[in-house]
Write a protein that binds this ligand. Structure first.
Ligand code: DAH
Length: 344
């Protein structure tokens, strides 16, 4: 029996050598020490021994069991450590590797330009106001001194929502409606800016869109003159296009201003020499403006003998296209990621 036990220990030692993981160690444990294991078989053989030999044999068997258990436990510690090491190796994170690139979005070029224009005017003390895009004809035309037979009111130019009410409901064709809305509810001094969407029945092409963006400006106070308008627009044009840029005012006509002007910037791309962007003229048309027509002030219950004002309106889309050299008005509306990525 002793020989059998020694063989068992030998066998255990050699099998332990082949044991590569905890699963096979467990199987070996069952094989040697389990209910039907080899040691248990030997233990069962005890009853066949003469009674006086049994205690001694029992002792040896127990010692062998302890020996095997010890060997297995030692191996178990080694294997647990090994498995942990393997696991750590596999799950290792190399913190020196560069992180996955986070792709940051950017602002739409029109938003960049709109924000820039807002920044310029708010730094001069202008407040930002809002006006409705769905508007009555009164605010979009009548109150602005635009007569009923004005071509802009034509069905072809304005989107009519209803035309069977006393006041027709339309999509505003200009942000100038906000001038009236602000003057109705605010006593001068007024110094406001309104960026917003406007709508006109135009077919889409490289220079037209049925929806585009304007910024309206309005200043009303005692003693406001054409000089204030000139100074404001010159400062604005220099801020937007660069210190070297000059502004010039040309006579024009708008029903809601008297006198009316159009403001040009000397072409910042060719220093007024004439290039593709200014179409060889050396000047780029930037906005419409003028002194608020006394009739418009009266329509808002502001006394034109006490107060005067100036107003201006510009197209954000056009200015964006000039600043970024975009040649087709449709491109900024197409949401093409290859286009938008250039402005990150
Ligand atoms: N509302 C005009 C347009 O859409 C732009 C404009 C011109 C606005 C002169 C003004 C202004 O306030 O004074 O063409």
């Amino acid at each position: 029996m002793e020989q059998k036990l020694n063989e068992l220990v030998e066998n255990c030692i050699s099998k332990l050598k082949d044991c590569q993981n905890l699963n096979s160690l467990n199987s070996l444990k069952i094989e040697l020490l389990g209910k039907n294991g080899e040691l248990t078989q030997i233990l069962r053989g005890l009853k066949d021994l003469p009674p006086q030999e049994r205690p001694q044999a029992g002792k040896i068997i127990n010692k062998t069991r302890e020996q095997i258990e010890k060997l297995i436990n030692e191996k178990e510690i080694v294997l647990i450590e090994l498995e942990l090491k393997n696991k750590l190796e596999q799950e290792r994170i190399d913190i020196t590797l560069p992180a996955a690139k986070v792709s940051r979005g950017g602002l739409h070029p029109q938003t960049i330009v709109r924000n820039r224009i807002i920044e310029i005017f708010t730094s001069m003390g202008y407040s930002i106001e809002d006006g409705p895009e769905i508007e009555t004809e009164y605010y979009n035309f009548e109150a602005l001194n635009i007569p009923d037979d004005h071509p802009a009111k034509d069905m072809q130019d304005t989107f009519f929502i209803t035309d069977n009410f006393k006041h027709n409901i339309i999509l505003r064709s200009q942000t100038s409606n906000t001038q009236i809305r602000v003057m109705e509810k605010t006593k001068p001094p007024i110094k406001m800016l309104n960026p917003g969407r406007v709508y006109r029945c135009d077919d889409i092409d490289a220079t037209h869109s049925p929806m585009f963006h304007q910024i309206e400006g309005l200043v009303v106070d005692k003693g406001i003159s054409m000089c204030d308008l000139n100074g404001t627009l010159s400062a604005f044009i220099k801020e937007l296009f660069g210190e070297k840029t000059r502004a010039r005012l040309r006579p024009s006509f708008f029903p809601f201003t008297e006198p009316s002007v159009e403001a040009d910037a000397s072409c910042p791309f060719c220093d007024s020499e004439g290039c593709k962007i200014c179409k060889g003229v050396g000047w780029i048309e930037i906005l419409g403006a003028g002194m608020v027509n006394p009739k418009v002030l009266e329509n808002c219950d502001i006394d034109p003998d006490v107060y005067t004002g100036f107003a201006f309106g510009l197209g954000i889309d056009r200015i964006t296209n000039i600043l970024y050299g975009i040649t087709d008005l449709r491109i900024p509306f197409e949401n093409d990621i290859r286009f938008l990525k250039q402005f990150r």
